[in-house]
Design a binder for this molecule. Structure first.
Ligand SMILES: Cc1cc2nc3c(=O)[nH]c(=O)nc-3n(C[C@H](O)[C@H](O)[C@H](O)COP(=O)(O)OP(=O)(O)OC[C@H]3O[C@@H](n4cnc5c(N)ncnc54)[C@H](O)[C@@H]3O)c2cc1C
Length: 370
């Protein structure tokens, strides 16, 4: 059809004199060309939309939550796509659990590494034909009629239901030098970067269980680790508190409570930090590295953009019986969802619940994809 339009164009240009006599022919030819172009555009669009991959259940985020939900979705007969942003600073398939070396509280596994747990759940999901896992970053989500349209950095997909399992990103320390020395001594993932600080003196800012675990990881390579915590006392799980105390006795860890880092200093790399109180008679503490473990920010922007309710912390508000959000067919689970206790097992449970709710929604004829 397109060729015909170009031939007509040529005919107009070369053979048809632009004179009053030919006015009707010219009008007819131009009208036909317009119609042809419109038809071929529509043809192209329908061919394109035919090529768009359609799924019953698309999961944004391939951490343990997303991967487990994918496995359940497929078992329930849902055509399932799990998208995981992995390039640049993003996390690998498996998500944040891959940044910890020891997991001892995932039921059924007495002790395994974070990467091992993630790999097991990934393999489990991949063992179902109805599951596709793709390393793509979702960049926009919109609802059109019954469809959810997900645009990634590589493709466009249509879905009947979507699950936000996008997790969180590290909270950064907002002091002079933290940006300047990022990857020059300032780091966030102890498991990933600890070997880079072999025989060095490092600091870790934070007091949670994951912060304590990061400090323990750092003792495997660093000469000494200072835990710098603004509160009265750090508050890891008792078992990890015991391990930290062991390291304190060995002189590998020293805890500086009721203190904040005010500034990070150095030339090319971090060489010291300034505290907001004196420690051993001075406010400057010599360090060759500083790990930040002060919490995480939920990655809920895409959900917010389609009207999903978010709480003051940026977490996606869900119905904890169904993992459903305030929008029909939209679910959320894992670290991005609103709950105080964020663990692999709790995320996995919410993800599987979301898969079941999506199954109910799809099979109960609540939605028919156009
Ligand atoms: C140091 C540390 C130690 C921990 N230790 C334990 C432990 O021992 N036991 C335990 O149970 N829990 C532990 N946790 C907590 C546990 O890791 C998390 O609760 C759990 O892994 C969260 O999983 P998730 O899938 O919800 O999120 P995440 O693992 O964060 O996964 C979200 C995924 O979504 C991807 N993503 C984000 N946005 C997009 C997008 N737009 N498009 C595509 N993909 C996207 C991210 O790249 C990421 O891969 C630890 C956490 C930390 C930080």
């Amino acid at each position: 059809m397109k060729d015909l339009a170009s031939y007509l164009q040529l005919f107009l240009l070369f053979f048809l004199e632009d004179s009053p006599d030919n006015i009707y022919i010219i009008y007819f030819v131009k009208k036909t060309m317009k119609k042809i172009k419109k038809e071929s555009k529509e043809e192209k669009m329908s061919k394109e939309s035919d090529e768009v991959e359609r799924y019953d259940f698309i999961i944004l985020g391939a951490g343990v939550t997303g991967l487990a939900a994918a496995m359940y979705g497929a078992r329930l007969g849902l055509r399932t796509l799990c998208l995981g942003a992995t390039h640049s600073a993003e996390l690998p398939i498996g998500g944040v659990i891959t940044t910890t070396n020891i997991v001892e509280n995932y039921p059924g596994f007495i002790r395994l590494s974070g990467p091992e747990l993630a790999e097991n759940i990934k393999k489990h999901a991949e063992s179902y034909e109805l599951v596709k896992i793709k390393e793509e970053k979702a960049e926009s989500v919109e609802k059109k009629g019954n469809d959810f349209i997900i645009k990634t950095d590589k493709n466009v997909y249509h879905a009947k239901t979507i699950l936000f399992a996008t997790g969180t990103k590290w909270k950064t320390l907002d002091v002079p030098g933290s940006k300047e020395f990022e990857n020059k001594g300032v780091a966030y993932c102890a498991l990933c970067d600890s070997p880079l600080f072999r025989n060095k003196i490092v600091g870790l800012v934070g007091g949670s269980d994951s912060a304590a675990k990061d400090a323990l990881v750092l003792t495997e390579h660093a000469k000494k680790v200072y835990i710098i915590y603004r509160g009265e006392e750090i508050h890891p799980e008792p078992i990890n508190m015991e391990r930290v105390e062991e390291k304190v006795k060995e002189g590998k860890i020293e805890i500086i409570n009721k203190a904040n880092v005010k500034e990070i200093k150095g030339e090319k790399f971090v060489s010291s930090v300034i505290l907001d109180r004196e420690f051993n008679g001075k406010k400057e503490l010599g360090l060759q590295g500083l790990f930040i473990a002060i919490g995480h920010i939920p990655l809920s922007e895409l959900a917010k953009n389609i009207g999903v309710k978010i709480n003051e912390k940026g977490e996606i508000i869900i119905d904890h019986k169904t993992s459903e959000t305030n929008i029909e067919g939209v679910y959320a689970a894992g670290d991005v969802a609103d709950k105080p206790f964020k663990q692999a097992i709790t995320g996995v449970a919410e993800g599987c619940t979301a898969a079941y709710s999506a199954y109910e929604y799809v099979t109960k004829g609540k939605v028919e994809v156009s």
